[in-house]
Structure formats: C-alpha cells, structure tokens
Design a protein around this ligand. Structure first.
Ligand SMILES: [Fe+2]
Ligand SMILES: [Fe+2]
Length: 181
C-alpha cells in the first residue's frame, strides 16, 4: 500500500505544488531518513499521512491544503527519537507526550509563511487522546486518525506499541519491578 501511495504522490502535481516548499527544504531533507517506526523513515511516514489526509479532505470538501501541510509537519520533531529510547526522562517528557508541541513550534520556526491557526492545531493535537485536548477542526481529526491507522499498521505487533508511544523506559522499569517480587 505504501509503495502505491508513494507512486501516486509523484504524479499528483496539485498535491506536490502545495507541499513543495516543505519537501524541498533543508529541514525536511535533514529529517527524511530518520527511522520513525521499525523500518519506516520519518520522510515516508510524513508523506503518507499528509497525502492520505489530503485525499480524504478533498473528497469531503474540507480544507485539503491545510491537511496536506499539517500532515507533512505533524511529526517534525527535533531529533531522531529512536536514538534516545533509553534516555532517562520524566514520564510526561517522553516522546509520545512532547513531540507534537515540538513539531508545531518547528513548523512556525521553519515555515511561518505556510502556517495558520488550523495547521498549528492539526499538528499540536494529533496525538489525541494521549495529550488530553482533542483537535479543534475536522481536518485535525482526519490527520490524527490517518496517523494512527498507518502507525498501527506498522506496530501491529503489540510488543512494539510502547516504543511507538515513547514509553519503552517506563515499561522496562515496570517489568523489572515485577521480576524483583
Ligand atoms: Fe506523532
Ligand atoms: Fe505520526
């Protein structure tokens, strides 16, 4: 499925025109080969979420442009999180809880001319329900749903789910605690 979508993106000039300033930027190029989940790169994940959200929003006559941009920037975090899985961090500072805000700040920092309040909200609330407050716009619900759908396709093995949520260290600690008993 992923390969089909990547092929479709290449021929969809309307979509490419919207996202071109981002995919052609040095900040995107810097992140695109980071490993996101298992064998999926961050670049592939961002493009698939962005394009699927774009198609759904277009079909439903919603703001497909904002969905494409929000989808492409929803995981625009600062560093390859898989390299820091075992770092000591307070629970609420783990990747699953902080990366959406980080991505939103980076979106404003690197692409201020493309941003608006709806795109910011799409990015900031995409991890709902993990981070409490739901997305404000329909486009945000769609990006959040597509993100979970494609991510869970990858982490279909329940054992890697904590890793996806950035909870690896906490789960290890709990396991250790029960082993001691
Ligand atoms: Fe995310
Ligand atoms: Fe994501």
């Amino acid at each position: 499925m992923k390969r089909d979508i990547t092929k479709r993106i290449l021929y969809d000039s309307k979509y490419l025109n919207i996202v071109y300033p981002i995919i052609n930027s040095s900040e995107f190029k810097k992140r695109k080969d980071w490993i996101h989940h298992e064998n999926i790169t961050l670049g592939e994940h961002l493009l698939v979420v962005s394009y699927m959200s774009y198609l759904i929003c277009k079909k439903r006559k919603l703001n497909y442009k904002d969905a494409a941009i929000g989808g492409l920037l929803h995981d625009f975090y600062n560093e390859p999180w898989q390299d820091h899985l075992f770092e000591k961090k307070p629970f609420l500072k783990s990747h699953g809880f902080v990366h959406a805000r980080e991505a939103m700040e980076n979106a404003y920092k690197y692409f201020p001319e493309l941003m608006n309040e709806r795109i910011a909200n799409i990015i900031d609330k995409h991890m709902f329900p993990l981070t409490g407050i739901p997305p404000k716009y329909k486009e945000g619900w769609i990006v959040s749903y597509v993100d979970k759908k494609v991510s869970l396709d990858v982490v279909i093995n329940i054992k890697v789910l904590p890793k996806y949520l950035g909870l690896t260290r906490q789960i290890k600690k709990i396991k250790k605690f029960f082993k001691r008993k």
